[in-house]
Design a protein around this ligand. Sequence first.
Ligand code: SF4
Ligand code: SF4
Length: 407
Amino acid sequence: MGSKTKISIQQIKNEDVKTAVFSALELIDAQHLMQKDNMVVLLKPNLLMGKPAERAVNTHPEIVRAVIQWVNQFNPSKIYVCDSAGGAKPGITEIAMKESGIQDICEKEGVICIPFEKTEREIYEVKDALELKDISSSSLIREADLIINIPKIKTHWQCTLTCCVKNMFGTVLLANKAKTHAQAAILDRFCSALADIYSISKPQLTVIDGYYCMEGQGPSSGDVVKLDIVLAGYDGVALDSTVCKIIGFEPREILYLTKAEEKKLGTTDLEKVEIVGETIESVYRKFKRPKLKPISMPLPKWLADYIGKTIFKASVKFNKEKCKLCSTCWTNCPVNAITPPNEIKKGNIPKWDSKKCITCFCCVELCPHEAVKFKINYIKNAAFSWMGLGCVAFLALITMLILWLLP
Ligand code: SF4
Ligand code: SF4
């Protein structure tokens, strides 16, 4: 039992978030991390976009408040609450901080709430890189005595789940996130990039917001699930794996978890985990999956890239009724595949360039009005790709050869 990593699960009873967070942390003896004087503590919630708490898109402000209050008991010198929201538009993180209610909580608790992109930039070299040789992030990642990850349980169109490991993608500064999407457009490569990022920003402690979660078309357009739980632990990979079991997914189907395990950043083997507090069974609630099923391709990079750009290419559709021409999609597309219509007037929709699109899902994730839809027509894509044409030509050649050899 001694060498097992501890994970606590606590239920939130009668909306008492503070008691659940404090007891989850006590159950794993987290106070031992707070022994130093004048500590600088960095809290990293999930701040995807400007949506209110009840939409379950961002970490719930009451969870952030409870973690701040827990840290404050140990007289730290500074507490920072930081993130870099989805997309590349300047000011987008400030909007997310304000509209999520997290900025207000920080002001009331007297802590610093600042976008990562407004802090000093630092380039980190990645050891044993799977995809990214270096990462552009904040100097706070190095300066903080303690990093506490505060992710939220949500399904994710592209990666199936977003929680601990995926949340640290937000430590990459705005425009560099877009660059990462563009460089590692294929799921395998993007998941390798996530593991590389997690290896740099690896938090020492994690508190998971399982208060209001999201199922189905997450991370922004799914359905809200009030799960009423909090998890705490040290190993983000093991925590994500535990979350998988709670919501009826398999840890090994989440590609970035296998990549993170490959980099020795944690374990997906729940035999190596000691669960304290509630059991997985007692809080189990099967989540609806996202409609698109991610397909992993352990192929050479050039072939995976080719297949990703052809057979797995999505087509993006805009809903005329829902689109408010708010500009979020065209200002945040990492490869400028979306442009505004000729005239900004109701009934017009943005223009989409299929040749430029890298199927990164950012427009779907970030549209505040759920006006972007994705479709992947694998059969049509395969038929019209060079690979598809090559297969047809090959089959035709074989058929001709057989016919020629037949008496
Ligand atoms: S599709 Fe969505 S993000 Fe794009 S302009 Fe319309 S409302 Fe805004
Ligand atoms: S159009 Fe959408 S999916 Fe395609 S690259 Fe731009 S943001 Fe990504």
